[in-house]
Design a protein around this ligand. Structure first.
Ligand code: SAM
Ligand code: DTB
Ligand code: SF4
Length: 340
């Protein structure tokens, strides 16, 4: 860790203690929050949200896939895994051309996004030309005065440090579910591999974006276990994407029934209570939510969305519908919130 990152980590630890943020949640406490009467939960979450995010901003983050498909991992929810390519029919594609990616970032900025997230279907980063291009993309997205986020799979410390030097704002690496349920969903890596990468990102002084997915057949305890693990990271992840499974045909989870949108509201509200200062991002699966369900999520403390017609390989909500809903709710497009 470089001196600056170490100082930042120490300062953040003591600030965390004085602000009363907790990192010692028990599973039973999280289950109790998650399963209490819905209006009590939403009331509490709203109160915490207003206290910590008085400016009422919603951050718009746009996603772009710089390397699609043919991933060696076997994540059962993911259309990009090579293990299911025969049944999903998804073809490998690479758009590692820096100018082309930058043109997408400029379009996203023009449409109102303040963060540009680039995703690669890699198990891990390998040093070499592709990674050098990603570093160049990060530098140029930052030069556009946008926040830059990448999600590239596992990293070693020197790769995390190089991303930090390039000016990366945040690294997305999800824990997806509880430690207990993880092995049912992914067998080609383990929970500890994820935690190790997250720690390297933190040590490099880059913000952590880490969340999970509901709707994969997990129990309430698994949902609580995910939130408990996230909240016990110290410091908390600066952003917490909450995804609802997009059941893509050809993946092993294709037949999972859709989630109850109120379960998503519960996840958002509980994430807000456990991680008061983080940005809670409504992520995949938002397209199947009504305006009313999205509004309830905003009420419960969501303050960011993925914005743009496409996520990585699947469709996302219409941008003009999103802007209209934000306006009708009386929210403002972020990023002013300095506690995030
Ligand atoms: N390969 C990298 C990794 O796994 O970290 C980055 C890309 S991966 C597609 C990023 C995240 O997208 C996953 O961790 C998962 O949480 C989410 N995701 C992927 N497919 C999804 C789906 N069908 N429904 C909901 N979330 C999904
Ligand atoms: C996150 O938590 N969700 C995003 C982003 N981080 C990288 C990805 C969602 C992917 C949904 C399926 C797809 O479009 O391929
Ligand atoms: Fe690969 Fe990421 Fe998809 Fe898993 S989630 S198969 S690691 S792209």
């Amino acid at each position: 860790m470089n001196g600056k990152a170490h100082q930042a980590e120490t300062a953040s630890e003591s600030a965390s203690a004085t602000r009363g943020l907790r990192h010692d949640w028990q599973k039973s406490e999280v289950v109790a929050l998650l399963t209490q009467p819905l209006l009590d939960l939403v009331d509490q979450a709203r109160e915490v949200h207003r206290r910590h995010h008085a400016d009422g901003t919603v951050q718009l983050a746009s996603l772009y896939s710089i390397k699609t498909g043919a991933c060696p991992e076997d994540c059962k929810y993911c259309p990009q895994s090579a293990h299911y390519a025969k049944t999903t029919g998804l073809k490998r594609e690479e758009s590692l051309d820096v100018d082309e990616v930058l043109a997408k970032a400029a379009i996203a900025k023009e449409a109102g996004a303040t963060r540009f997230c680039m995703g690669a279907a890699w198990r891990e980063v390998k040093d070499g030309e592709a990674f050098d291009r990603v570093l160049a993309m990060v530098r140029r997205v930052r030069a556009l005065d946008m926040e830059a986020c990448v999600t590239l799979g596992m990293l070693n410390q020197s790769q995390a440090d190089r991303l930090a030097e390039a000016g990366l704002t945040a690294y997305n690496h999800n824990l997806d579910t509880s430690p207990e349920f993880y092995g049912e969903i992914i067998t080609t890596r383990c929970y500890q591999d994820r935690l190790d990468t997250l720690q390297r990102v933190r040590r490099a002084g880059v913000e952590v974006c880490c969340g999970g997915i509901i709707g994969m057949g997990e129990t309430i305890e698994d949902r609580a276990g995910l939130l408990q693990t996230l909240a016990n990271l110290d410091p908390h992840p600066e952003s917490v994407p909450i995804n609802a499974l997009v059941a893509v045909p050809g993946t092993p989870l294709q037949d999972r029934p859709p989630i109850d949108p109120l379960d998503l509201v519960r996840m958002v509200a509980t994430a807000r209570l456990l991680m008061p200062q983080s940005r809670v991002r409504l992520s995949a699966g938002r397209r199947s939510l009504s305006r009313e369900a999205q509004l309830l999520c905003f009420l419960a403390g969501a303050n960011s969305i993925f914005y743009g017609d496409k996520l990585l390989t699947t469709a996302n909500n219409d941008v003009s519908d999103d802007l209209a809903l934000i306006e009708e709710a009386g929210l403002r497009v972020g990023p002013a919130d300095s506690s995030a």
